[in-house]
Ligand binder design. Structure first.
Ligand code: CO
Length: 470
């Protein structure tokens, strides 16, 4: 080993974003995060993923917290560590495409409030949907990482992935991520994939996977040996299952090798000790279901992300049709094929999942199509790697001519209109972006914020008066 060149593997810690999104429905609060930030800041992480994905939605909707405020507080605390977010390309953090002016403003404000690295992905891997965000990030001196949603299927050959890597380099991104939502990348395929990609690009490559299918830590090992630059891990109390491999385990794995992270295990143990009672509490209240902590081999059979499986179960439960679970699971790959075989990641996972439920419950395929299925078949989410099924397309959208351009080219600027709609609630510039993404939820949040403010706490007021005599 001694003669081998040292190449410490870099680590992105996900416990403040993906890990709690995957295991406890994104319910970790800012108050729970802040006390441990100072210690986490000493570890030497490449970055801490702490924002984006569902954290924004859950903050406003369930926790009644301002996600922007959380970001600013984390920024204050993390003095040495880069902060990273996940961004759904032209969908930003929402479920449909936005005009370029909203995307640009969101990127600008994310970076202004403390984000260093923006991981941008598209649910169809249509790179045209990422260009605006990449350009905006460059303009703000942010690091733009383009993530390829990893999936399996006839179209997804090594040539496909290497071609994409070259195009990502050409579009001006700073790094590439392979985003394996469902844990489908098995160890020896990782060797092939990373080796092939490293041959065609000089950009750093980061690997993001989930433990769902049980192979994730072995996949990381092979990927690191093949030259991957960064891996995503989660501190042990919120690791494995539908989350990422455990940080401490990966650190130990590479100790004494050319890939040694140099992290202090004692410091990591202190951080784990902080989060463990949170895990125990979540188990007690049922927020953390022990089922999602194990290996779910169905994810390899049906190739759907863990979160999508639990969504299907709850949709069927609502309809009193839990007995149709396996029928729906078998319908998922068929719908996916009809819709051009896209990766299954937000929002395509929801679109394919919900349409599959409809197809089974209605007793006839596409008797009813959701608005989103129609939009996909009209080309409004972008281009898929394979063509749509022409018969399905005809049945769902009739004679409508699908679009083939970049969908956002047809969306006129929206920011001014949004500003006007929410003017009465505005307390900070960022509020318009919260409103743009989740209009109803944001207004509920704004109302709640106002109510809290008008409620005068006599004790606090008294203390304030004492501290600042007028
Ligand atoms: Co993830």
């Amino acid at each position: 080993m001694a003669e081998l060149e040292k190449k410490p593997i870099k680590i992105t810690e996900t416990i403040l974003r993906d890990a709690h999104q995957s295991l406890i429905a994104t319910r970790m609060t800012t108050e729970q995060m802040l006390p441990i930030v100072e210690k986490m800041d000493q570890v030497g992480y490449h970055s801490v993923e702490c924002w984006g994905g569902a954290t924004f939605d859950a903050s406003l909707r369930f926790l009644k917290e301002d996600p922007w405020e959380r970001l600013r507080k984390l920024r204050d605390g993390f003095k040495n560590t880069k902060l990273q977010m996940l961004f759904r390309g032209q969908n930003i953090l929402g479920y449909h495409q936005y005009a370029d002016d909203v995307v640009e403003y969101f990127v600008q404000k994310s970076i202004a409030n403390g984000i260093d690295i923006i991981r941008i992905f598209d649910c169809l891997n249509d790179l045209r949907n990422l260009q605006t965000a990449v350009n905006a990030s460059r303009k703000e001196n942010g690091h733009s990482q383009v993530a390829l949603s990893y999936t399996l299927g006839d179209a997804y050959t090594l040539e496909y992935w290497t071609e994409m890597a070259k195009r990502i380099e050409d579009m001006g991104a700073d790094s590439i991520c392979i985003k394996d939502m469902a844990g489908l990348l098995v160890p020896y395929k990782a060797t092939e994939l990373i080796t092939a990609m490293k041959e065609v690009t000089t950009l750093p490559i980061q690997l993001h996977t989930h433990y769902t299918s049980g192979v994730a830590s072995m996949t990381y090992l092979k990927a690191v040996e093949a030259g991957v630059d960064v891996i995503d891990t989660a501190m042990s109390p919120f690791s494995m299952g539908t989350s990422q491999p455990a940080t401490e385990v990966m650190v130990e794995t590479f100790k004494g090798t050319p890939y040694d992270t140099g992290f202090d295990q004692n410091l990591l143990a202190e951080i784990a000790d902080y989060f463990r009672p949170m895990q125990e509490e979540a188990l007690k209240t049922g927020l953390l279901n022990p089922k999602v902590m194990g290996v779910n081999i169905k994810t390899l059979l049906y190739q759907v992300p863990g979160g999508m499986l639990s969504n299907l179960v709850s949709q069927l439960k609502e309809q009193g049709a839990e007995d149709k679970y396996y029928e729906v699971l078998n319908e998922v790959p068929r719908v996916r094929k009809d819709l051009g075989e896209p990766p299954l990641v937000t929002p395509s996972s929801q679109i394919v999942g919900t349409q599959s439920v409809f197809n089974v419950l209605m007793g006839e395929r596409y008797k009813m199509a959701t608005a989103e299925t129609k939009a996909v078949l009209r080309g409004e989410y972008g281009a898929t790697v394979k063509p749509f099924d022409p018969e399905v397309q005809k049945k769902v959208i009739g004679d409508v001519e699908p679009i083939t351009c970049r969908p956002a080219d047809l969306i006129p600027p929206e920011l001014e209109k949004l500003e006007a709609e929410m003017a009465q609630w505005k307390e900070q510039d960022e509020d318009v972006l919260s409103y743009a993404l989740f209009p109803q939820v944001a207004v509920e949040f704004f109302k709640d914020r106002e109510a809290k403010k008008s409620k005068i706490d006599p004790k606090a007021a008294d203390m304030e008066n004492k501290a600042y005599p007028v």
